[in-house]
Design a protein around this ligand. Sequence first.
Ligand code: DGL
Length: 270
Amino acid sequence: MIGVFDSGIGGLSVLAAIARALPRSDLAYLADTAHVPYGDKDDVYIRERVLRIGRYLVERQECRQIVVACNTATAAAVAALRESLPRIIDVVGVEPGVKPAAAASKSGHIAVLATESTARSERLARLIRQHAGPVRVDILPCPGWATKVESLQLDDPDFAETARRLLEPVLAVGADHIVLGCTHYAFLAPVLEPIVAGRAVLVDVADAVARQCQRLAGGTDDEASDRRGSLTLLATAYPERLSRALSVLGVLGQESFAARLASPAILADV
Ligand code: DGL
């Protein structure tokens, strides 16, 4: 069982990539909807949630691989989570795609969209120091964006205007890659794409994370077998939001999901 979690529905973008990469693996997705968003909370709060959820997924759902499908939780707590769990549990974090974006940049200028917590994190500063080289990296905190995705009102024209106002200044001075540094923002691509079109590329790391999960699963997703993996949906509040999100976001349409989902989302006492 692979356990994937996020503060809310954002990590479904990562879950979808994992489901495509590992069609025969059993997946559990936990949305911490009672505590979303994480992005405006302090590190102590986020760490406490991450440790509880990690323990729950290992002890109660028997997960042997944990994917922290949240940049904010990874920045604040992935090291503590690794330390707190038995060594046989693989822990995969999600970090903004600074490295691929900097490597592909022709203008030598990229921008990272992130929650306030990720934007001020030492982990993001270190990622930039280690992987951006001479490329200029602008960090753009996006307060309220994850909450917008949680509301599933993605076609709000006011929000499109907010996004345009934030991006226009960096696009105007040549940023050619915009890194989606929060898993929720993958679902905003239809809003962001028209703003950046012809000037910059949106960078998301979900497929790279899924490849890492595949490597760690090391052949357990036996291609010769016709077994279908299962999908268990868990939420700390409003489980119905998770089921609704899956269909509104178009994730449920994926063949790899539809056949896996045996029951509606379950309320998890974490
Ligand atoms: N989806 C999360 C991330 O990748 C966090 C959103 C939030 O809870 O603020 O950063």
